[in-house]
Design a protein around this ligand. Structure first.
Ligand SMILES: Cc1ncc(COP(=O)(O)O)c(C=O)c1O
Length: 236
């Protein structure tokens, strides 16, 4: 059986597929099973920032796989120590710790849990047109009905306000607000950048009222807007 027949028989069916069998990538070029080349405008949906099969990346992954394939955080590990050091050196000053996870949606789940746990408050404020992932907590902060409706009821305590409207955010944040979650550029929502006054204003409001500000950089992080993180454009 060929690839398409096998995938069609066994895939979950969650994703609509293009009629292409991609077998290889090199830099920003993808190749199908017939050897046709394509410019990769998908970039692993944001995960292939460094392109495909860069020799240094291949060597680093191979070397690590040859040493130890996984090391839970119940032990210390030399490679993880270097990763944490590097990550936190790239983050804005004062952010000296990182929680490592496997996907964007998990990072958002973790951020919500850290926010609720550390503030002892329950409410999260998200924005209309925002996208934060598809697991139940992150989905509850995601705006689009097409992602939400089939899985309702979602988790309580999450409300949505219009994006880029500081006065609406101002009216929404109160003593129950654990966190506000924002994208510096709304990606899935249609590529809407936030105004500097809005993002800086949101930061001020959060500081003033004891809420945390979660900047979701899953789509914009690691150089995708020209700086390491989109928040670097605004000095957030
Ligand atoms: C802003 C934002 N947050 C979270 C996610 C979820 O990331 P993942 O698909 O890795 O779970 C995405 C995915 O596109 C995203 O764009």
């Amino acid at each position: 059986m060929n690839t398409q027949t096998i995938e069609n028989a066994h895939t979950s069916g969650v994703y609509a597929k293009r009629d292409l069998i991609i077998v290889r990538g090199e830099g920003a070029t993808l190749y199908d099973d017939q050897g046709n080349a394509y410019i990769d405008c998908v970039g692993g949906q944001g995960t292939a920032n460094l392109g495909h099969a860069h020799p240094k990346v291949v060597a680093a992954i191979s070397e690590q796989a040859g040493k130890i394939i996984s090391c839970p955080e119940m032990f210390y590990n030399d490679t993880r120590a270097k990763l944490l050091e590097k990550l936190t050196s790239l983050a804005p000053q004062g952010m000296e710790r990182a929680f490592l996870s496997n996907s964007g949606t998990e990072a958002v789940e973790a951020a919500f849990k850290f926010a609720r746990y550390s503030t002892k408050r329950t409410e999260i404020i998200a924005t209309m047109r925002g996208f934060h992932g598809r697991s139940m907590g992150a989905l509850s902060a995601t705006w689009s009905k097409k992602y939400r409706t089939p899985f309702e009821p979602l988790i309580p305590g999450i409300k949505h306000v219009p994006y880029n409207k500081l006065e609406r955010l101002d009216a929404a944040i109160d003593e129950n607000t654990a966190a506000v979650i924002l994208e510096a550029v709304q990606g899935e929502g249609g590529v809407y950048p936030g105004d500097a006054e809005y993002l800086l204003g949101a930061q001020e409001l959060c500081k003033e009222r004891g809420a945390l500000l979660i900047m979701d950089e899953i789509q914009t992080g690691f150089g995708r807007t020209g700086k390491m993180f989109a928040i670097n454009h605004y000095d957030l």
